[in-house]
Design a protein around this ligand. Structure first.
Ligand SMILES: [Zn+2]
Ligand SMILES: [Zn+2]
Length: 193
C-alpha cells in the first residue's frame, strides 16, 4: 500500500482520494495547520533571501516586490502581505489587530523589526506628515517643500558622484521617489545644476 507522509510533520497520511482513473492521490499535508505552517516556513525562507543589509545604514532593504506606496510585499498562502509586517510577525510576534507598523527610519521598504513600531493609522499619518514623507510635489513654487534649491543642486552632484538615491532620501528625510524625480529632472527642472 502506498503511504504518504505529511510534508510538514511527517505524520503518515492514510486516507487518499481515489480518482476515476484508479489512481489514489494523497494530500501533501495531514492538516490545514501543517499546510499553513509549511507555507509560512517557505515564505520566511523566501523573505530572508530578499532582505539586503548594509546598503542603507542599519535598514533592511526589501529587494522583492514593492507596492506603489513604497512598501515591500510578499504573497503568503495566496494573500498579499506587507513585507515589513510579515518579517515583523515572524521575528517579533503578532501585530495587535487593527494596528499599522510605523517606520521610525522613514524608509517604507525597510523591514528591520528594530525600526518598526505598532501604532494606529492616524498616528502613522500624523507621523508621516510631521516627517514630510507624504508625496507632496517638490519644487520652488511649493511653499512647504522640504528641499531648497541648494539641496537639489547638491543632491544632483552627489548622484553624479555615485551616491545612491536611497541614502540621499534618508539623509534629506524625503520620499525616495522625490530624489528619483530630481535625478530624472522631473522636478526642479528650472535648476541648471
Ligand atoms: Zn502534518
Ligand atoms: Zn529602517
Amino acid at each position: 500500500m502506498t503511504r504518504k507522509h505529511c510534508r510538514k510533520c511527517g505524520a503518515p497520511i492514510l486516507r487518499g482520494i481515489l480518482h476515476p482513473t484508479g489512481v489514489t492521490r494523497f494530500k501533501p499535508f495531514c492538516s490545514v495547520r501543517c499546510w499553513r505552517m509549511w507555507s509560512l516556513d517557505r515564505a520566511t525562507e523566501y523573505a530572508y533571501t530578499k532582505i539586503l543589509r548594509g546598503s542603507l545604514g542599519d535598514c533592511w532593504i526589501w529587494s522583492g516586490n514593492r507596492v506603489p506606496g513604497g512598501y515591500g510585499s510578499i504573497v503568503v498562502m495566496g494573500r498579499y502581505y506587507g513585507a515589513h509586517r510579515f518579517v515583523y510577525e515572524r521575528l517579533v510576534g503578532k501585530i495587535p489587530s487593527g494596528l499599522d507598523l510605523m517606520h521610525k527610519c522613514d524608509v517604507p521598504y525597510c523591514v528591520n523589526p528594530a525600526h518598526l513600531t505598532p501604532g494606529t493609522r492616524s498616528q502613522n499619518i500624523r507621523d508621516m506628515f510631521s516627517k514630510g514623507r507624504d508625496n507632496r510635489p517638490v519644487g520652488s513654487r511649493c511653499h512647504d517643500s522640504k528641499l531648497k534649491a541648494a539641496d537639489v543642486r547638491l543632491i544632483r552632484k552627489m548622484i553624479r558622484r555615485g551616491v545612491t538615491q536611497l541614502s540621499l532620501a534618508r539623509k534629506y528625510r524625503v520620499n525616495p521617489t522625490s530624489i528619483n524625480k530630481i535625478a530624472l529632472n522631473k522636478t526642479w527642472k528650472h535648476l541648471d545644476a
